[in-house]
Design a protein around this ligand. Sequence first.
Ligand code: CAA
Length: 298
Amino acid sequence: MEIRKVGVVGCGLMGSGIAQAAATAGFDTVVREVSQELLDKGRSAIDRSLAKFVEKGELSPEQKAQALGRLLPTLQLEDLANCDLVIEAVIENLAQKRELFTELDRIVKPHAVFASNTSSLSITELMTATQRAPRFLGLHFFNPVPLMKLVEVVKTVVTDPEVVQTGLDFARRLGKTPILTTDRAGFIVNRLLVPYLLDAIRALEEGFGTIEDIDQGMKLGCNHPMGPFTLMDFVGVDTTYSIAEILFQEYREKRFAPPPLLKRMVLAGMFGRKSGKGFYDYSDPKNPKVNKLLEGRG
Ligand code: CAA
C-alpha cells in the first residue's frame, strides 16, 4: 500500500520528531496539537533540529525549507481526513488514546493505516477503540527521533501482513531501520532496557557506587552513549516509572518493579531534564551536577 500523506497526532517531543522525519523524507505531513502554544513550540523544535542538520551539512537550506513546506501544523483533527497513515504520539494515557482513536476512526478515510507510538501500552487495547483492527499497528520511535535510527514495528494477532509490510517500508523511507516485534509490554527495547535502568537504581541503593561512578562505568566500560542515570533523566524519570509499572502489571516479575526511590522522585517532581532536576541538577543545563539531595545514597 502506498503512503503519500502522513498525519501525526501530537507535536511534543516524539510527535514533532516523527513529523520532522516524515516531512524530511518527502511526505506531506499534517501534524495536530491541542493548542496554538503547543503547536508553535513543536514547530520551533522542528525548525531548530533541521537547522542543526543544515549546520552539519547533512541537509541544504533548500531541503530544510522544502521539509518545512511539506509540514501542515493544525489544531483540527478533521485535517487528517485524507491521510494514508496516521501516527498517534500523544500523552501515554490509555483512556485518552482510546478516545482519540475512536474519533480518528470516524474522521479518517477507512483504508488508512493507524499506528501508535506508545512505548508500553497495549497496541491491541488501543486497536479495539477502532473498527479497523487489521489496519492498526505500533510504530515505536526513539528519542531524539531525528537522530535515532530504530523503529519498532509492532504487529498484533490481527494486523494484516500487508499493513505490517507498509509499516516496515515506511520506517525505511524515513531512513530508519525497522525491527519487527509482537504486542507484549515493552516490545523488544524497553523489555530489555527498563530492567537495566531499574537495576542501576538498586545498585545505587545497595551502595555499589555513586550516581556518577555508575554512569561512568556503563559509559566507559560498555561504550553506552549515556550512563543509566543520565539516560533516565533524558527519557524522563516519570516516564521510566510509568513504563516500569506497566511492565510489572503485565509480567508480575520483580525485575520490572519500580524501586521505591524511583517512585519517591516522581512524587517529588524530580522528572529529570524536563523539570530541571532528576538524578542530576540541570540549573546549568550544559553542565549538569549530581542532584545533591540524592548524594550519600551510594
Ligand atoms: N536534531 C538534530 N540534531 C541533534 C538533535 C536533534 N533533535 N539533538 C542533538 N543533535 C546533534 C547535536 O547538534 C550534535 O551535533 P554535533 O555532533 O555536530 O555537535 C550531535 O547531535 C550530538 O549531540 P550532543 O553533543 O548534544 O550530545 P551527544 O553526543 O550526547 O548525543 C544523543 C546526543 C544522540 C542523544 C546521545 O547521547 C545518545 O544517543 N543517547 C542515548 C539516547 C537513547 O538511548 N535514546 C533512547 C531512549 S529510550 C526511548 O526513546 C524509548 C522509550 O520508549 C523510552
